[in-house]
Design a protein around this ligand. Structure first.
Ligand code: 13P
Ligand code: SF4
Length: 345
């Protein structure tokens, strides 16, 4: 199917009248025309997951964004994830199907508020969870995701105070795992994970006593204390390969993905209400519109982008997903030749 620009329909609403098969065909054809790659987070709707070239957690998606050969990255996730892709691949066009898909946790900390805290603790190291704005990343020393937060914090001098933003639950988990007592946590949280409650866990456990309980570290301490395993969404996907029954303390989209992938296994949401409305703003209709029109493009001010890149690449280096460029690669880059993979492993 060859598509020409004139076939584009004016608004995302017009695309909702098209059958799902046609939407999928359009998405695949336009993706090939644009040499685009679709990166989808594990919480996306199943129909978005089905057309994604790469599905993963925040860390895996950042690594993929830093590494891809595509000209355009279409990010099906939330705003900070698309921003991260732009920070790591500034020469590429990064598109979002719906720019309103933000992460409320990321909005808990602004640049100004973080600056005030840094002024109170001038010798502290700032660690920004990737669920933060590019501005906050730019003001931080290093980033982390839910899958490498402990590893990242372990690289920091034990005597230095850490300002950990914006997730208080992840900060507390890292504090416990590292034994550090000098972490100052921002008072932010994820409304989806912070709302998980023990009563729901008890009910799920009674109904499925054979299942292991796996919970995301964005959940509260009393939940994490009851978990058999604590890990990121990517870690949960890996656990699903090895186990026949899991109770999953995270967003529903991941449960839907695992049920579709392993129909013979038992995957139970810890809470049926654990839905991230922001992630669900992306639909097939909006994705088709986005690829047809080349919108909505993520644009970043270069000063912020380059400083945020430094914090993100430090994280990728800790996670083994990036190696510092050699002197020869740096010279080539200075001469305007960006070496393939730009140092990313
Ligand atoms: P993961 O990195 O584990 O996918 O988490 C991202 C997120 O937004 C969890 O709410
Ligand atoms: Fe943000 Fe929570 Fe949604 Fe993840 S699930 S994107 S942390 S609001």
């Amino acid at each position: 199917m060859t598509l020409k620009t004139r076939d584009a329909l004016p608004t995302p609403l017009d695309y909702t009248t098209l059958p799902r098969e046609e939407l999928r065909d359009r998405i695949l054809a336009r993706k090939a025309e644009r040499n685009a790659v679709i990166l989808g987070h594990n919480y996306q709707r199943v129909e978005i997951q089905e057309v994604s070239d790469f599905l993963g957690d925040s860390l895996a998606l950042s690594q993929e964004a830093a590494d891809t050969d595509a000209d355009t990255i279409v990010f099906c996730g939330v705003h900070f994830m698309a921003e991260t892709a732009k920070v790591l691949s500034p020469e590429k066009t990064v598109l979002m199907p719906d720019p309103r898909a933000g992460c409320p946790m990321a909005d808990f900390v602004t640049g100004d508020a973080l600056r005030r805290l840094q002024e109170e603790h001038p010798d502290a190291v700032t660690v920004a969870y990737v669920n933060s704005t590019a501005e906050v990343k730019a003001m931080s020393d290093i980033c982390c995701t839910s899958s490498n937060a402990v590893q990242v914090v372990e690289t920091i001098d034990p005597d230095r105070t850490i300002l950990f933003v914006p997730d208080r639950n992840l900060a507390r988990y890292v504090q416990e795992r590292t034994g550090r007592t000098n972490i100052i946590a921002w008072d932010g949280y994820c409304y989806v994970h912070d709302d998980l409650v023990l009563e729901e866990l008890d009910r799920a456990r009674k109904a499925h006593p054979e299942a292991l309980v796996v919970i995301h570290p964005e959940a509260r301490q009393e939940l994490l204390d009851q978990a058999d395993h604590i890990t990121s969404t990517g870690g949960m996907v890996r656990m699903a390969e090895e186990h026949d029954a899991l109770i999953l303390g995270t967003e529903r989209g991941l449960v839907d993905q695992l049920r579709a992938r392993y129909p013979g296994k038992t995957f139970v949401p810890l809470s049926g209400a654990a839905v991230c409305g922001n992630m669900k703003l992306n639909t097939l209709a909006k994705l088709a519109w986005c690829l047809d029109h080349g919108r909505h493009e993520v644009v970043l001010e270069e000063g912020i982008r380059s400083r945020a890149e430094r914090s993100l690449r430090r994280m990728l280096q800790v996670s083994g997903g990036w190696t510092a460029p050699t002197a020869e690669q740096e010279e080539l880059e200075l001469a305007g030749v960006r070496p393939k993979g730009c140092g990313c492993g």
